[in-house]
Write a protein that binds this ligand. Structure first.
Ligand SMILES: C[S@@+](CC[C@H](N)C(=O)[O-])C[C@H]1O[C@@H](n2cnc3c(N)ncnc32)[C@H](O)[C@@H]1O
Length: 218
């Protein structure tokens, strides 16, 4: 049982920590899109993640706040994200881990330059101790999460072939490593991911939330 002192200590640190806010605000100010839209908006654009090493495709602050609140509410201490990019979602997860009294976000990112940027952002926010970013293809690096996780963000990347989406491939790998009662958040509503998550046989309940201004996603 937490004592009153412990509770007030926990309540003191929140996602509004000025050091974290400063990094998020800078990243927001630097946010930009590829001139022709990017691989999800424009099928003609390159689908090679290495062509976008300086573009975050990051979640938006209201999504980050939701991640933070859910992680705080469920007292999460082990969470995973596919993928990390330049570390925006990682910051919200890592802040929640710290403010829950300790924990780890396991990140994954294919592009080494993005891993380096994400690590710099975490250091600047004072949150580096709460993140482990695994460099490489998440289909390999997230195979073994070392124990049950409380929360998984599936925020992936479009492939240029007709096969299963990366989101589906990764959730199939991560779902057995999710604890009972754990949460999954997905940003891009890949149709085969939604089919999986909405199939009652797979044991999930799902809702679609309107976020990111005028966009709706699952
Ligand atoms: C939408 S972004 C992630 C944004 C991040 N969650 C955030 O909010 O800051 C998708 C990322 O997936 C990465 N990626 C693409 N294929 C990957 C793979 N097979 N394994 C790991 N990362 C991959 C891309 O380089 C890109 O940075």
């Amino acid at each position: 049982m937490p004592t009153e002192t412990m509770q007030s200590e926990t309540l003191k640190s929140t996602i509004r920590d000025p050091r974290v806010v400063a990094v998020i605000e800078r990243m927001q100010a630097e946010r930009r899109r590829p001139p022709t839209g990017g691989p999800r908006e424009n099928p003609e654009d390159s689908h090679n993640p290495f062509d976008y090493s300086d573009i975050g495709f990051s979640i938006h602050p209201e999504q980050g706040d939701l991640i933070y609140m859910l992680c705080r509410g469920m007292r999460a201490t082990r969470v995973v994200e596919f993928a990390t990019s330049v570390g925006m979602s990682t910051l919200y997860f890592a802040a929640a881990m710290r403010d829950n009294g300790g924990g780890k976000v396991i990140g994954s990112e294919l592009v080494p330059a993005k891993v380096a940027t994400a690590k710099r952002n975490l250091v600047e926010a004072g949150l580096a101790d709460y993140a482990e970013i695994r460099e490489g293809d998440a289909r390999q690096t997230l195979r073994d999460l070392g124990g049950p996780v409380d929360f998984a963000l599936i925020d992936g990347w479009p492939l240029d072939d007709e096969g299963p989406s990366l989101a589906l491939q990764v959730i199939k790998m991560v779902a057995p490593q999710l604890r009972l009662g754990g949460y999954v958040m997905n940003d891009n509503a890949e149709p085969d991911f939604l089919d999986f998550i909405r199939d009652p046989q797979n044991g999930f309940l799902s809702v679609t939330l309107p976020q990111k201004g005028d966009r709706v996603f699952g």
